[in-house]
Ligand binder design. Structure first.
Ligand code: C6P
Length: 415
């Protein structure tokens, strides 16, 4: 069946055809067809990615940048081609600025340590928003303990949005960094990163963007955002787990101390000391996740065949439909804004504990997430210990939204 959703750049979106490319979507869970709505946690993988992983291990498996034999050359070529693809996806000026990591968490830890130990001193201030994932809070606490920096929080408004006036009030002559999520994994809020970058640039403050939720769902152009760093993960966009990247401006990366020492990140080592390799290798110690990079490249290729604009438009339309259907339900409280938002929707159902709800839905084949979503300060602000969260990706359908909403009705009647 062909499903079309009215969306600006999507004329005829054949979601069923897209779904055919995702083997794991076609399974029964507890005797029901799987409805996978936990995409903000991780997405399912298209066959193209699975094939790329298999092909690498079956044909090209070798270490990169080290060997002169055919397999090593093929592995290196595949690994570096993936870097080019991922860099192009975010419109990085150069693929040298794209450092492969294990994911957004490692990217932000790398940055906090390497930037912090290179440029921050006691009393310097870092501003985070109240809606950050722990990956963008805890590394700064670690640096606070190590360097004596101050970590300050930009509080959000009712409705889960940020007000730039509040940021202005927080900035002091000691503010050095603003590190913020582009899109909240809990509220779905799309934050005004462009405006923050413009404001920060005037004051010589660096901006770090956590793109874990935005890069998979919308066109992201680091030049247009005006940020200094962008962290994101492969597994939230159809790529393998344990793979991610940090993009940074070359001139800053060059001045930053390395994060980890080891093979590949050096120019020379003697008994007296070491000198560093050029970018991006200075930040890539040890044997990398070669298959992960190659698989990620395949995920980017797959996205390109559909088009990020089209993906974004479809997801926006499907999210609007989800919000509309959920709002029509009595007893459902939605968290986060209704507009200018991404496809992660947190909610609670009156009288039903979110953990019980999630287990109930699982019995009906519907996968959602429950918990604090690694954002405890935000939960505290919401006055909740946990929420349920449904999150969409471009392979989800209106029928799946209907099944989910019907399951919520059944849960309300059951409990
Ligand atoms: N959020 C979620 O269910 P990693 O795990 O390193 O790939 O990404 C961490 C991360 C950082 N920032 C944001 C905004 C995120 O959403 C995540 C991952 C998952 O919401 C797992 S907690």
């Amino acid at each position: 069946m062909k499903e079309t959703l009215d969306a600006p750049s999507v004329k005829a979106w054949d979601v069923q055809k897209i779904r055919e490319d995702f083997p794991s979507l076609h399974q029964q869970v507890h005797g029901r067809p799987l409805v996978y709505l936990d995409n903000a946690a991780t997405t399912q993988k298209p066959r193209r990615v699975i094939d790329a992983l298999r092909h690498y291990y079956e044909h090209d498996n070798a270490n990169v940048h080290r060997g002169l034999h055919a397999l090593a050359e093929r592995a290196t070529a595949g690994f570096e081609a993936a870097r080019e693809k991922v860099a192009a996806l975010i419109h990085a000026p150069s693929s040298h600025e794209l450092i492969f990591t294990r994911g957004t968490s490692e990217s932000l830890n790398l940055l906090a340590y390497a930037y912090g130990s290179s440029f921050l001193t006691s009393g310097d201030e870092v501003i985070l928003t109240e809606m950050e994932h722990h990956s963008n809070i805890v590394p700064w606490f670690l640096m606070r303990d190590m360097l004596g920096i101050r970590v300050r929080f930009w509080e959000m408004e009712e409705g889960g949005v940020l007000d730039l006036n509040r940021l202005n009030d927080l900035i002091t002559p000691r503010t050095r960094l603003i590190s913020m999520t582009h899109m909240s994994n809990v509220l779905g809020t799309r934050n005004p990163v462009e405006q923050v970058c413009a404001l920060a640039r005037d004051k010589n403050i660096r901006v770090i963007v956590d793109g874990a939720q935005s890069v998979p769902s919308m066109p992201v152009d680091v030049g247009a955002l005006g940020c200094d760093f962008l962290a994101f993960s492969a597994h939230k966009m159809g790529g393998p787990t344990g793979m991610g990247a940090l993009w940074g401006r070359e001139e800053i990366l060059k001045e930053m101390r390395p994060f980890m020492g080891g093979g590949e990140m050096i120019a020379h080592v003697s008994k007296e000391g070491a000198t560093w390799a050029g970018l991006p290798h200075k930040f890539e110690a040890g044997t990398p996740h070669i298959a992960g990079a190659i698989g990620w490249g395949a995920a980017v290729d797959y996205i390109e065949t559909i088009g990020m604009e089209a993906i974004h438009a479809y997801e926006q339309a499907l999210t609007a439909y989800l919000l509309q259907q959920m709002s029509a339900l009595e007893d459902v409280t939605l968290f986060g804004p209704t507009e200018n938002r991404g496809p992660a929707v947190s909610f609670k159902l009156r009288g039903v504990h979110p953990f019980d709800l999630t287990q109930f839905l699982d019995q009906l084949g519907v996968a959602i997430r429950v918990g604090h979503h690694c954002a405890e300060p935000l939960m505290h602000r919401l006055g909740e210990s946990a929420t349920a969260r449904a999150s969409l990706y471009y392979y989800n359908t209106r029928e799946e939204v209907d099944i989910f909403v019907d399951a919520l009705r059944r849960a309300r009647d059951f409990f």
